[in-house]
Design a binder for this molecule. Structure first.
Ligand code: SF4
Ligand code: SF4
Length: 434
């Protein structure tokens, strides 16, 4: 293992395994400090073809075709990389890069001056007297899609599903604190992969949760009609992300051959809604670099038009998305297919804490812990935004508590959470007079 690139053996031709932000930082340092090392290519388990940081990107399946002296593994779960190599019968000499630097820390992020600091702390104090509005729940960090604009394809943490016990504790805690909206929009993952979803929805209702919302990639909507009926009866909104309704769109953007499966599921949604005489607002949210008007010409949208006209399904063109965020730096320019643009990091020097942090917008993680920010993370869910551990008897009590306050104070001192410094979803607190 090495931390400093200066420790690598010299005058060599190498390959770098990993196509994430960690590898990008290493490659930049190698380019700056190790002219004696020639990087032949970047190797990855998911990508094949294209360029990464100006170097050819190869799938691990083609590693045996490369000529190199040694491999540098620069990936969060290097143990899995080593297993992958071994499963493919490859045994190159390799070094593991341990990135000890704060992943996205920026030396220019300044400590807040006293007046701004006081304002932020007053705001934090005022917000602590309000309800946060909703709690997001990441029931599982497993997903059945591989969207190009998501960190999931390079995400290596073990997959888990929230236990019934942790869910019950969360629901009781929410009800006790008057937080009565639960949103199954995960930080990462697909909620319909949780085999206990129906049970959890019923439990949430019994615990007193009044509003249930869910976001899904739609791949499993048509798998279980009883579950679909429950979702339509109990949820206020079901948001279905779609890259457009054509085979090509699913293959290119979601990288799964699921077009017909999703279309059949949406037809079933419409049929069950018609039978129920109502039910959840089912909204198709476009996640595609194409303009919404172009996506509306897709074969699937044309087929669904009668249901859209009947009000059984909705398509909100305003939900279209031509620019994608950078997943806290996990996605870097050049990694995405042509036509997809990445928003740059949005935190500027001296910027106040992100709105999500000040308000206590949060998500419950599959292991039962509670974490600030329902939007993004970098490499690990269990990071420095966690404010309540899995065994906390009343996780919502941690909101605006000492651990939460510490995160705000650290930010004001220039120490940003690992997910935040390079995040393009950062936004300052909208309300100045709370
Ligand atoms: S965006 Fe959602 S559906 Fe797509 S890979 Fe990521 S977690 Fe899965
Ligand atoms: S900066 Fe990004 S990761 Fe940090 S709280 Fe805001 S949205 Fe979340």
């Amino acid at each position: 293992m090495f931390h400093d690139e200066k420790d690598l053996p010299g005058d060599s031709r190498i390959c770098v395994y990993g196509a994430g932000s960690r590898a990008a930082r290493l490659l930049r340092r190698l380019a700056a400090n190790r002219p004696d090392l020639e990087v032949a290519c970047v190797v990855d388990s998911f990508s094949d073809g294209g360029m990464f940081e100006g170097l050819p990107l190869r799938n691990v399946a083609h590693l045996a075709e490369e000529t190199f002296d040694y491999l540098v593994v620069s990936a969060y779960r290097y143990d899995e990389v080593v297993r992958t190599l071994s499963a493919r019968g490859l045994s190159p000499r390799y070094y593991v890069h341990v990135d000890c630097d704060p992943p996205a820390a920026s030396p220019e992020l300044l400590t807040a001056p006293p007046r701004e600091r006081r304002q932020v702390l007053d705001q934090f104090e005022a917000l602590s007297r309000r309800r946060t509005g909703q709690v997001n729940v990441t029931l599982t960090n497993a997903c059945n899609s591989r969207c190009v604009f998501c960190a999931y394809p390079g995400y290596t943490e073990p997959r888990a599903v929230m236990t019934r016990e942790h869910f019950a504790r969360l629901a009781s805690s929410m009800a006790a604190h008057g937080e009565l909206t639960m949103d199954f929009s995960p930080l990462i993952g697909e909620s319909l992969l949780d085999p206990g979803l129906a049970d959890k929805i019923r439990h949430a209702r019994q615990a007193g949760i009044q509003r249930l919302l869910i976001t899904s990639n739609g791949l499993l909507l048509g798998r279980d009609e009883a579950l679909l009926q429950l979702l339509l009866s109990e949820c206020e909104t079901i948001s279905v992300s779609t890259p457009g309704l054509s085979r090509e769109a699913y293959r290119r953007i979601f990288r799964v051959d699921a077009f017909r499966q999703v279309l059949d599921g949406l037809r079933q949604v419409a049929a069950v809604k018609r039978r129920l005489g109502g039910g959840a607002h089912v909204n198709l949210c476009l996640r595609s670099p194409r303009p919404p008007q172009a996506a509306l010409d897709d074969e699937g949208f044309r087929e669904l038009l009668p249901f859209i006209k009947e009000g059984l399904l909705f398509f909100d063109p305003g939900d279209g998305c031509v620019e994608f965020d950078n997943w806290s730096g996990a996605l870097v320019a050049g990694q995405l297919p042509e036509g997809l643009r990445l928003k740059p990091p949005a935190v500027t020097p001296g910027a106040p804490p992100c709105d999500f942090i000040l308000r206590g917008a949060c998500t419950a993680l599959p292991d039962g812990s509670l974490r600030l920010c329902p939007c993004r993370f970098l490499e690990t869910l269990r990071d420095d935004l966690v404010i309540a551990d899995p065994d906390h008897p009343d996780p919502l009590a941690a909101l605006h508590g000492p651990r939460h306050e510490r995160i705000v104070l650290d930010w004001l001192d220039g120490r940003l959470p690992r997910a935040c410094a390079g995040c393009s979803l950062y936004r300052p607190c909208a309300e100045q007079n709370t």
